[in-house]
Design a protein around this ligand. Structure first.
Ligand code: DGL
Length: 282
């Protein structure tokens, strides 16, 4: 930490992979002067099919790394990690931690047909947070939860519009339309990169809702409350780390960030990985 002025320190953002870059785009839009750190745990994506112990160990190691880089706040740009580990992270680390919240509330306010679809990973749909959303909004609107196995992998591979990606989206979206959903919530941070294709398949009358802009606004509020908003009047910087093979990470992150960026290997990754794998086999 910059003890004299912690507001000058960067914001740490992470995801199981490259999906959280969709959140990072919105944070950059909302907070142009902040320095941003991003960790893609692509070497372990998707989190959805990993054990709770492995996900917890990964997110602890990543948050510790971001704090070692002087992060003043953490954004968990991953719905799956939020569902599995948010209470544990907040209890363990005394910095503002902002997490994903599926945009069911705005979707419920927007729908005309009274039916909304939520696209997410199986793990997120099975989480307590989602069960609570059902309790809160399920009486007013019909919420169709659609698990989307395979979509995270397509985005990790940079395949945003190929035949396989299209076939998967048709498989997940068409049943929602048949049940009269007119509003679709993107409940996984990888999916905004597929929004053009989802929208094309769903048609112009279906609204696609991405929670990321609201998360970026929440981050601004939390930083303001803690007196941690940067007052520096220059453009913020971004630094990237990944646990995937460096060449692959460089290519996919540059593709999705739309700028050629340097991606560093996440330090100590192999050590953490070996330790957690031996304790928590998949
Ligand atoms: N981007 C992550 C999310 O928002 C993907 C989850 C996963 O790796 O399973 O849920």
């Amino acid at each position: 930490m910059n003890a004299a002025n912690p507001a000058k320190n960067p914001i740490g953002v992470f995801d199981s992979g490259v999906g959280g870059l969709s959140v990072l785009h919105e944070i950059r839009r909302e907070l142009p002067g902040e320095d941003l750190l991003y960790v893609a745990d692509s070497g372990h994506a998707p989190y959805g099919d990993k054990s709770t112990q492995l996900i917890e160990a990964r997110v602890i190691a990543i948050v510790e790394f971001l704090l070692s880089q002087r992060a003043k706040a953490i954004v968990v740009a991953c719905n799956t990690a939020t569902g599995v580990a948010i209470q544990m992270l907040r209890a363990r680390f005394p910095v503002p931690i902002i997490a994903m919240e599926p945009a069911v509330k705005p979707a419920a306010a927007h729908t005309q047909s009274g039916v909304i679809g939520v696209l997410a990973t199986s793990r997120t749909i099975a989480s307590n947070n989602f069960a609570k959303l059902h309790e809160r909004f399920g009486a007013d609107v019909k919420i169709l939860m659609q698990a989307c196995p395979g979509l995270v992998e397509q985005v990790e591979a940079g395949n945003l519009s190929g035949d396989k990606t299209r076939a998967l989206i048709e498989q997940y979206v068409l049943p929602l339309l048949e049940q009269r959903a007119d509003t679709i919530v993107l409940g996984c941070t990888h999916y905004p990169f597929l929004a053009p294709l989802i929208s094309e398949i769903a048609g112009p009358t279906v609204a696609i809702i991405d929670p990321s802009p609201a998360i970026a606004r929440e981050l601004r509020r939390r930083l303001a409350t803690a007196n941690l908003l940067s007052t520096v009047s220059r453009a913020g910087t971004e630094r990237f780390w990944s646990s995937a093979a460096p060449d692959r990470a460089q290519t996919i992150i540059s593709q999705l960030w739309q700028v050629d960026v340097e991606v560093h290997s996440l330090p100590n990754d192999a050590t953490v990985d070996a330790a957690t794998r031996s304790r928590a086999p998949l």
